[in-house]
Write a protein that binds this ligand. Structure first.
Ligand SMILES: Nc1nc2c(ncn2[C@@H]2O[C@H](COP(=O)(O)OP(=O)(O)OP(=O)(O)O)[C@@H](O)[C@H]2O)c(=O)[nH]1
Ligand SMILES: [Mg+2]
Length: 215
């Protein structure tokens, strides 16, 4: 009897892991940790019309495009979803992701609640939605202040936005409170591991079980 193939190495369909959170709750940190530590997941690189910030790399963090290019992409139906966030357009290019999912690649999405709703409507079975909450609004305020990059006014505006974003918590499959970044990462990694094992995603199971029964 050959038991050399474990079910978790079977062929499977990829998934779309969406991480959303209010600004400052740690989404960017958790995303980076996942991308560094998990070889099977890649970032879905969005297109945006917002100007590039220092340190950002075109094609790695975003595809930075002008409004005309963005509008053309919308017209030609190149986006899975797109939304206006803080006055700029952001969109998820589709072709690359569709092809990757079939090959068993997983994608991480750092998108807001509007994009999450649209992706979910288009593709429920591939989407896993995770929302990260701060332990308290005070902690969120401290983190935003601690970055040292924003004025008090900007921080107040971000806090207002954070309240609005938190109000969408119930549109997610999983909600994780980020008390401690390593704990929060571990929880997100567990969610990912379990979702990868879902029967419907393990497209290689039918053949595997058929083979088992022959032994
Ligand atoms: N719907 C949608 N939202 C996106 C997309 N790409 C990025 N976003 C969201 O747009 C918002 C602004 O992102 P950025 O311009 O990178 O700014 P940021 O400083 O990272 O903002 P926060 O992550 O909110 O702190 C974030 O909430 C992202 O999650 C996209 O393709 N679609
Ligand atoms: Mg961010």
């Amino acid at each position: 009897m050959a038991f050399d193939t474990q079910p978790n190495t079977l062929k499977r369909r990829g998934l779309m892991l969406i991480l959303s959170s209010p600004s400052g709750a740690g989404k960017t940190t958790i995303s980076r940790m996942l991308l560094d530590r998990d070889a099977e997941i890649n970032l879905s690189v969005s297109a945006t019309t917002r100007p590039k910030r220092p340190g950002e790399i075109d094609g790695t963090h975003y595809h930075f495009v002008d409004q005309g290019t963005f509008d053309r992409m919308v017209e030609e139906d190149e986006f899975y979803e797109w939304a206006m966030v803080f006055g700029h357009c952001y969109g998820t290019p589709k072709a690359h992701i569709r092809a990757g999912l079939k090959e068993g690649e997983d994608f991480l999405f750092d998108i807001d609640w509007q994009g999450t709703q649209q992706l979910y409507q288009k593709d429920q079975q591939d989407v896993v939605r995770v929302f990260i909450l701060p332990p308290s609004l005070g902690a969120l305020h401290d983190r935003l202040t601690g970055r040292g990059t924003d004025s008090a006014e900007v921080i107040d505006a971000r806090m207002e936005r954070a309240r609005a974003e938190i109000s969408h918590w119930d549109g997610y499959d999983y909600v994780v409170v980020n008390d401690d970044v390593e704990d929060c990462y571990a929880k997100v990694a567990q969610i990912l591991a379990a979702e990868r094992m879902k029967r419907a995603r393990q497209t290689g199971l039918i053949d595997f079980v058929r083979g088992l029964m022959k032994d």
